[in-house]
Design a protein around this ligand. Sequence first.
Ligand code: NAD
Length: 483
Amino acid sequence: MSQNVPITVAHGDGIGPEIMAATLLILGEAGARVEIETIEIGEKVFLRGHGSGIEPGAWESLRRTKVFLKAPITTPQGGGYKSLNVTTRKMLGLYANVRPCASYHPFVDTKHPGMDLVIVRENEEDLYAGIEYRQTDDVYQSLKIISRPGTEKIVRYAFEYATRHNRRKVTCFTKDNILKMTDGLFHKVFDEIGAQYPAIEKEHWIVDIGAAKLADTPEAFDVIVLPNMYGDILSDVAAQIAGSVGLAGSANIGDQCAMFEAIHGSAPRRAGQNVANPSGLLLGAVMMLVHIGQPDVAERVHNAWLRAIEDGVHTSDIYVAGVSRDKVSTTEFARAVADRLGLVPERLKAVSYRAAPRETIASVAASRHRAKKALVGVDVFVHWRGGSPDQLGEQVESLSGGDLRLSMISNRGVLVYPGGFPETFCVDQWRCRFLPRTEGGTITHGQIIALLQRIGNAGLDSIKTENLYTFDGELGYSLDQGE
Ligand code: NAD
């Protein structure tokens, strides 16, 4: 018998303690070889003045055990409280959010009987880097950050997951017809890494039509890998159309640590009534058992759970008269699952985890290519509400100096000078693009500083600059509509 594996457990808020008790009862009776360290997170910790909902001692436990089974928490209303989930993901480097969404037809009501897919969402980058600014009276900005190593990790994880779990296809969703550089990189890396997995079918969808297809025909998908924001939105859609948000669990995986949870929140209105469905957290715990190398226990628990669902033992959120047999409480449901340990479902497909090889850590390409980088221009954003684009154009032209030339001004990404349309609506943030006077030349940081000085001396408010580079001769910046 292998040694017990230390895990950190948080009972959370609202229905959290009830569904965690149910989950731990089943894990205990299934023979999970774990040693539990309990930490407190969530509402009480927030209200004690810890803005991130977790105390320093709790981090110590998490960094020691590296495995976190977490019940949902309540984030108190009002400002100043950070999302504990986002903090935990970033601090522990949990780059992959894995969310299986399956329907359990005909035992749980669903419009999509054949649905069985897994969403693999990038968890650390994209707009969730949370880097935001207010720049002018009119304009706020959020930075969308997509990195090559971050993308390589998540895409490789998705293909490795598909291989381990005998999935036949991996689909990538991006918006690279518009976001050619950020989402374009995601798509490119998907193609590069996908080519290393010849046995797996690959496809790419533009996220808007892909989302429509997902909502309409989810059975057409198998594993879907996607950037953070699309993944956040579409994983909720997928869970909901599978049957109920109460049924899905999720794993947050990093190179060193991992966190497992239900996808739903703390459902405060259902708290303390012994009615909540513990299935989401239990299925999160099943993923944890596979992760810590106990696929035998994971399989026993998952199959017993499938059998209980199939036997019509349902909590009130999924109870349908005529389909379900018994409407049960949280504790009765836990008992029903525990009593079925050792059984497998008769009509639903039984799961098998034993054959699956252990999780491998997604590696980033060892030799990262260093491109030849050249500074070929600068965009200076100015806050200005003086008049027409032509007036600004004339003023800024005169500030270019002998070595630089104003190549264009754009407003919200649309060229407005020279030769803009009077119909184009403008806000008070203008992007002025300066290039060297010599075609194909480069510029220096010193020239940029001198330019900013001239702009400032002329009474214009430069709110930010963005350097324009080429990488091995390839443009490292987008051109404007109309440029
Ligand atoms: P919620 O997921 O708690 O509830 C949404 C709906 O689903 C409610 O009608 C609820 O009763 C039902 N529901 C959810 N889980 C259920 C279960 N296990 N059994 C039966 N019914 C269930 O979402 P919400 O109401 O928007 O948020 C409540 C609190 O949870 C908020 O404070 C929010 O910040 C927090 N939250 C936490 C997490 C997390 O810790 N991972 C995630 C989402 C929301």
